[in-house]
Design a protein around this ligand. Structure first.
Ligand code: PEP
Ligand code: MG
Length: 592
């Protein structure tokens, strides 16, 4: 995180820059959550709830003791662990010493404040006293004391998630948010969020964009720099977080919001126009959705169907896939909702950054692990229930299915065979369905791109998941802001794989689309058009601007530019060519 403006105004306005993860402007009071040192919100509790608050502390203490004992055991098992493990004896003794905890309890009883806030205050007071103590032994205890107390605080907050407590509009500040945290956010209360870690194609960021929630990620240290109650402005366009925005800043942002609204209104005029280039190449422009309710947003924005229906939300909500009937009903509603256009349902891509806790053993490298079809092909009953539900939804309208995380041809073939097996079963059982659904392969692993000619022979379409393809080609975790500069959509290695995939599909006379976030990156669109992609699938709110970009570009110019770009050795040159064409074709979309 870098602080980019030194204060030259009387108000203590401060700005921090991070990764622009989801566009929009959010203004509100901060609520800091999740950071180990984050300050919990203070609120008054009813007299009748005081004992409940104290009980929460007791539960957190039991949890804390368990964790320390486990740590002690783990450390004790290592070669020189015996001595280190004795440190935890001191920690356990601190838990026995009730004097600090009794002080916390008496604050809760006396002031009727929540336990987290009483705990936080007491701990900070003690730490302040210990730090200035002349007694060397006491001074050395600060680290241990802090460690134990922070653990208690964390256990308290885990047992009482922040977003359930905050009932007023706020800007959420957190160390990290999971996709399900983000999906559960109440849009009327959360004005935007900023986190210390995360990348702009992490699933959390994708969900923020589909919810229209301004977000800035990768603001290291922000949980310590901001306190609950601070006034904040979050600028998701440029990835800036402003503490105590001055009246002048607020005026500037008011004007920006007006400008963005008018630009969005202007784009409404092309809502019903075709997304074809200025020289007549027709491209399909569809929407990515995460949740059923987004069908109407896709339609309002003029999408030509759903190019990617992610189905992980079932897991996020329930921690498991629901029954076949439940899924079939959901898919059929989406199909009917988007008629006469179609929907491409992506089979569940559990794993990577999308795996909710408890589904499988934690993995050391989840992105290289049990994910997508690797998992579903191993959990055949679960997979078949989804495939049967998709085939059943085919009876309601235009449905396609595609498979995520393919790395071999064999996986693709096995997916197809299972689909056929499911269709045969449905015939035997006399259950209404359609087996005439199109089948697609997601190309998001370099090995799949490299054999896309073989995969193309097995399917009706290819859809490139650039979020993952970039991550795996560059060996860069898409969630990790520390390596974000290496996450390069326009790297020569990436664009060669893209070109290879498009050629492989066209060779086999099937269409090839892009459903990763690159398809809505205004600077990358000229290259994707030039490479010959037939379909762009982007998050629903981005459909209008992508349509405008497509309609402003000349296919011939893009093709010539892409041919040259493929000869370049660095992403900077490719980016410069793309930018030049984008600036010439749709400068109004690129201005801030
Ligand atoms: C992708 O990887 O580009 C993609 C569309 O899938 P997801 O973001 O859901 O992994
Ligand atoms: Mg993917």
């Amino acid at each position: 995180m870098s602080e980019i403006v030194q204060n030259d105004q009387p108000a203590e306005e401060r700005r921090f820059s991070g990764l622009a993860a989801s566009p929009g402007i959010g203004i509100g009071k901060a609520f800091v959550h999740g950071g180990v040192t984050a300050e919990p919100e203070a609120y008054r509790v009813e007299q009748g709830d005081v004992e409940g608050e104290i009980a929460r502390l007791e539960v957190a203490l039991v949890e804390t003791r368990k964790q320390i004992e486990q740590l002690q055991e783990q450390v004790g098992r290592t070669a020189n662990g015996h001595r280190e493990a004795s440190i935890f004896d001191a920690h356990l003794l601190m838990l026995e010493d009730r004097s600090v905890l009794d002080e916390v309890i008496s604050i809760v009883r006396g002031e009727r404040v929540n336990i987290d806030s009483a705990c936080y205050r007491t701990i900070n007071n003690y730490i302040a006293v210990l730090r200035v103590s002349d007694d060397v032994y006491l001074k050395q205890r600060v680290v241990d004391f802090e460690d134990v107390m922070r653990r208690i605080l964390r256990n308290l907050s885990l047992r009482h998630p922040a977003d359930q407590r905050v009932r007023h509009p706020h800007v959420l500040i957190a160390h990290e948010l999971t996709p399900s945290d983000t999906a559960a956010m109440d849009r009327s209360l959360v004005m935007g969020f900023a986190t210390e870690v995360g990348g702009s194609t992490a699933h959390t960021a994708i969900i923020a964009r589909s919810l229209g929630l301004p977000a800035v990620l990768g603001l290291r240290g922000i949980c310590d720099a901001i306190h609950t109650g601070d006034s904040l402005l979050i600028d998701g366009y440029d990835g800036i977080l402003i503490i105590n925005p001055s009246p002048e800043t607020l005026t500037v942002y008011d004007a920006l919001a007006d400008e963005k609204n008018s630009a969005a209104k202007r784009l409404e005029d092309i809502r019903d126009s075709k997304p074809e280039t200025s020289d007549g190449r027709e491209i399909t422009l569809s929407a990515n959705i995460e949740f059923e309710h987004e069908v109407s947003i896709a339609k309002e924005n003029g999408a030509q169907g759903i190019g990617l229906y992610r189905t992980e939300f079932f897991y996020m909500h329930d921690g498991d896939m629901p029954s076949e009937d439940h899924q079939a009903e959901n898919y059929s509603r989406v199909v009917s909702g988007i008629e006469p256009d179609g929907v491409i349902i992506r089979t569940v891509d559990i794993g990577g950054d999308k795996l909710p806790a408890g589904v499988s053993e934690p993995e050391a490298n989840p992105f290289l692990g049990w994910r997508g079809v690797r998992l579903t092909l191993a959990r055949v009953e679960m997979f078949k229930a989804q495939l049967r539900a998709i085939l059943r939804a085919g009876a309601a309208g235009n449905v396609s299915v595609m498979f995520p995380m393919l790395s071999t041809l064999d996986e693709m073939k096995r997916c197809r065979l299972l689909l056929e097996e499911c269709a045969d079963e449905l015939v035997r059982e006399g259950v209404e369905h359609s087996r005439e659904i199109d089948v697609g392969a997601m190309i998001e692993v370099p090995s799949a791109a490299l054999i896309s000619d073989q995969i193309a022979g097995e399917v009706d379409f290819l859809s490139v998941g650039t979020n993952d393809l970039i991550q795996y080609t560059m060996a860069v975790d898409r969630d990790n802001d520390q390596v974000a500069s290496l996450y390069q959509p326009l790297n020569p290695a990436v664009i060669r794989l893209l070109r290879m995939t498009v050629s492989a599909g066209h060779e086999k006379k099937i269409w090839v689309g892009v459903c990763g976030e690159m398809a809505s990156d205004l600077l990358c669109i000229p290259l994707l058009v030039g490479l010959g992609f037939d379909e762009f699938s982007v998050s629903a709110p981005r459909v209008p601007s992508v349509k405008h970009a497509l309609r402003s570009l000349s296919y011939d110019e893009c093709k010539a530019m892409a041919t040259e770009a493929l000869k370049y050795s660095g992403q900077e040159d490719i980016l410069a060519s793309c930018r030049a064409l984008a600036m010439e074709s749709y400068p109004e979309l690129l201005s801030r």
